[in-house]
Design a protein around this ligand. Structure first.
Ligand SMILES: Cc1cc2nc3c(=O)[nH]c(=O)nc-3n(C[C@H](O)[C@H](O)[C@H](O)COP(=O)(O)O)c2cc1C
Length: 211
């Protein structure tokens, strides 16, 4: 097993959204299995496990998706005010072909039947569960030296058709997954001046939101 033994805190610190650092090698199947096993151990509302993972490696499919995302990137760029266009210019928003493996994380709202324990008043807890699977996957991948890049610049209908989703199944994310030569220390959006993180002290409130 290639995985470095990292404390969970170290894995959280080292994790990055990866776009430009993929080596071009393909993640091997046993590593990919461990990463997906970590995802599948995530907590889920009512133990519904509403996720599915579609692994995409066919070059023609990766190319079609990359071309679609490139069009969405242009649409986003063209809608920006001029000062943001310049900042956005050098920012890479995906590594679809370079990573060599896409994982389409899907969500099935009907999984778990009509009475999902805990979802009655908060339907969105189903999607939260799928996102927790992604976070498990992301941290496990980090400990394996495997990068993950989340791509959301796509039309959900296009991706549903591309991977032939049955009626009622939605996509949550396209994840670019592959070996990396390094993890950046600072998030790309901060390095390129798009948006820096905020301090933890700003996110903590006492007793009430205004507190
Ligand atoms: C729901 C979600 C959607 C995202 N979509 C994209 C995307 O389409 N393209 C991209 O380059 N990064 C995307 N990201 C990555 C974020 O930009 C990144 O997580 C953030 O800038 C912080 O950087 P870090 O993950 O390296 O700490 C997405 C992240 C999340 C959680």
């Amino acid at each position: 097993m290639h995985a470095e033994v990292l404390s969970v805190y170290e894995a959280i610190r080292r994790r990055r959204d990866v776009r430009a650092e993929f080596t071009g090698e393909i993640v091997d199947d046993s590593t990919l299995w461990r990463i997906l096993d970590a995802a599948h151990r995530a907590p889920s509302v009512g133990n519904s496990q509403p996720w599915d993972f579609v692994i995409v490696r066919e070059p023609a499919t990766l190319r079609r998706f990359a071309e679609h995302v490139a069009r969405q990137r242009i649409a986003f760029r063209d809608a920006l005010p001029p000062e943001r266009t310049a900042t956005f210019g050098p920012i890479k928003i995906e590594g679809i072909r370079e990573s060599g493996t896409g994982i389409v994380v899907c969500y099935d709202d009907s999984r778990g039947g009509p009475q999902v324990l805990g979802r009655a008043t908060m339907p969105e807890t189903g999607i939260y569960s799928a996102v927790l699977a992604i976070q498990n996957l992301w941290l496990a991948a980090t400990t394996e030296g495997i990068g993950v890049g989340w791509v959301s610049f796509y039309d959900p209908e296009f991706l549903a058709e591309l991977v032939d989703l049955p009626e009622g199944i939605r996509t949550v994310a396209w994840l670019c997954v592959g070996p990396v030569h390094e993890f950046q220390r600072v998030p790309d959006l901060e390095r390129f001046g798009w948006r820096a993180g905020r301090p933890l002290t700003d996110a903590i409130h006492h007793e009430t939101y205004r507190g």
